[in-house]
Design a protein around this ligand. Structure first.
Ligand code: AMP
Length: 421
């Protein structure tokens, strides 16, 4: 088994890992760290929750500690993810390090960031928009960046950051080391990697386009009219923290208010909220002040909240890949989790696309039409439902009467090559 000792890390990092209780490298760390420490560019496919932050942060810090010059830039799609990356970096640096790291994200005070940049931090973590702002104002220099990380690159492209990234990369020297991570590898990502990486080594944990292991996935067929009642029924049947994904900011607010009126402790997070409010909500959820978080897809990536037990897809995502990102919020770092989809007839085409992404070699579920198939909030196995693919009933008994598992029990999702089952 690979150990952290075998990487020959600087003592400060070894001590930090002990403080953080990281005893054994996760599979992505075991694969990526030696390559990155050898100076290679790396193209990594890893889902969230696999320990990929430390997989790039450890070699990044090692490299910076080895030389008095050179900086590192980490680009991340969301403010929350950037904040979490900075947190891991700071834990790895410890309080006595001479290396300074700064967070450059939108919604945060510009004068504060400019003041921090005057201290010439060697590690910059941020979102593309704000980093471009600083570059345009001349408050950020990236000419000595020797280490670049593009994290959750597929998500950055989905969010329309492609042009911003291209713009930022013009400020970086050609000679540098680049690590690029992505949960999925569509052709745009491969094209980007051939633009920005030099002879990258590929590392992967889990198959691309598959969900993490240990997630029990269930579906319930509903009508639009029965959806909310089914949701409350499912909430009552579950213990622990739950993230409910919805389509729009407005429906996030509406469902949150309705749940609160119905006696559930819930809060909401979406892109319209100010950064400070978002942070407050996430902290409250992390501290378990409330157990139900209603979120849009903006919040679906990068949140590292270890205690999420369930993800409920109240609305299916617009983009099939987002399903994987959403349910990656649960079952993090080897924990077990569950994901439930409420599928109304309108959603069944989207569901078919998601199913196709997850199981390209299996028959697609039939599309339900016209809403005539479900009634009264009871979910369906028969009529319109598709053939049950295994012996799986819901592991969360008490939930919707017709709830079904589409993952045969015991079968591993994603078949993470070296990931613990
Ligand atoms: P990440 O995928 O980087 O967001 O990491 C997911 C979770 O795994 C975080 O809570 C990390 O603190 C934790 N983690 C990462 N690497 C290790 C490790 N080697 N040992 C234990 N926990 C880890």
């Amino acid at each position: 088994m690979t150990t952290f000792e075998s990487f020959g890390l600087p003592p400060a990092l070894t001590a930090a890992l002990a403080r953080m209780n990281y005893t054994t490298p996760t599979p992505i760390q075991a694969q990526a760290i030696p390559l990155a420490m050898a100076g290679k560019d790396v193209l990594g496919t890893a889902q969230t929750g696999t320990g990929k932050t430390a997989a790039f942060a450890i070699p990044m810090i090692t490299r910076l500690l080895a030389s008095p010059r050179g900086g590192a830039l980490v680009l991340s799609p969301t403010r929350e993810l950037a904040t979490q990356i900075l947190d891991v970096v700071q834990q790895l640096l410890g309080t006595r390090s001479t290396l300074q790291a700064v967070l450059l994200i939108g919604g945060d005070s510009m004068p504060k960031q400019i003041a921090q940049l005057r201290g010439r931090p060697r590690i910059i973590v941020g979102t593309p928009g704000r980093i471009n702002d600083h570059l345009e104002r001349g408050t950020l220099m990236l000419g000595d960046t020797s280490f670049l990380v593009l994290d959750e690159t597929d998500r950055m492209l989905d969010m329309g950051f492609g042009i911003q990234i291209d713009r930022i990369l013009k400020f970086l020297p050609q000679t540098r080391q680049t690590l690029m991570f992505s949960a999925t590898l569509p052709k745009e990502i491969l094209a980007m990697s051939s633009r920005y990486l030099v002879k990258p080594e590929r590392v992967a944990v889990g198959e691309v386009n598959k969900v993490a292991v240990k997630i029990q996935q269930d579906i319930v067929h509903v009508t639009d009219g029965s959806k909310y009642d089914e949701l409350t029924k499912q909430l009552k049947a579950r213990t622990g923290s739950i993230v409910i994904f919805v389509k729009t900011k407005r429906s996030a607010d509406r469902i949150c208010i309705r749940l609160s009126k119905d006696g559930f402790k819930a809060d909401t997070i979406h892109g319209d909220l100010h950064q400070r409010k978002r942070e407050r909500v996430i902290q409250g959820f992390r501290d378990q002040k409330f157990r139900i978080l209603v979120a849009t897809d903006v919040a679906s990536r990068g949140l590292d909240i270890p205690h999420i037990e369930h993800v409920i897809n109240y609305d299916l995502p617009q983009v099939p890949e987002d399903y994987i990102h959403r349910i990656g919020r649960t079952a993090r770092a080897g924990a077990e989790g569950s994901a439930l989809c409420l599928i109304s007839p309108d959603d069944s085409l989207k569901w078919r696309d998601i199913h196709k992404l997850l199981y390209p070699n299996e028959p697609a579920p039939p599309v339900q039409r016209g809403g005539g198939n479900s009634s009264g909030g009871k979910s369906r196995f028969g009529g319109g439902g598709y053939k049950k693919s295994g012996g799986g009933n819901s592991s969360h008994g008490g939930g919707g009467g017709g709830q079904r598992s589409f993952k045969p029990r015991g079968r591993r999702f994603g078949g993470g090559s070296s990931q613990a089952a």
